[in-house]
Design a protein around this ligand. Sequence first.
Ligand code: O7M
Length: 231
Amino acid sequence: MSLAASKRSRLILALDVFASRGSTETISGHVERLLEELGDIVVGVKIGLPLLLSLGVSRLKRLITGFGDDYYMIADFKLADVPHIMEYSLERLREMHFDGAILHLFPMGYERVIESFRGKLGMYGVALMSHEGCKLLESGFDALLDYALKLGLDGVIIGATKLKAIKKARAKLGKNALILSPGVGYQGGREASALEAGADFEIVGRLVTLSADPRASAQRIVDAQRKVLRL
Ligand code: O7M
């Protein structure tokens, strides 16, 4: 949150796909330039399988350590395994110098896992996804929110396309957990609308990464956020 305050931004960049593709070196160079360009207006970076599989572990680790002071680094592998594998995986992510990690909540039974990483790695649980048709999550939404509260997670993920759910979650969670909201732009969410509904951060990928002018696109999102939240 201190990065969010100093940058006057609530934008987390999803580093999934890029305008330029090609060799590992090309992608790596592209990502580095992007992160150099956006350091003053983007708060966090969300990294998942697309980038890991493009760069490999060593390069990704170098990227995380290289930019770790400028961005909050979130590992998005939506972990959903048995507790001992969760612990093993989270420990490896911590060794890679990620600041936070995303897990699914629906398997439940993660009390000890969360406890053992408290204060070491930020923990964020998926409560409701942004796409149409995720019916099981929709029907379990209340239970997942209750579970996130019980675990004392740092935050939950709720799609920016589900504004009513964000409002409901904010009322239920109070100030006890952050709401991170993906789905702005390509998936239909309007810039800053999730924040208006009560989310704390917007996770945005293609609107920035596929833009001919990523800096201008990110700036437009942040301007909308500043207006709505009076940052
Ligand atoms: O802005 P986009 O659509 O290019 O990318 C959205 C990113 O958010 C992408 O990295 C997805 O994996 C992620 N995301 C969703 O789009 N919807 C969800 O419900 C959840 C996530 C996510 O980040 O979960 C942690």
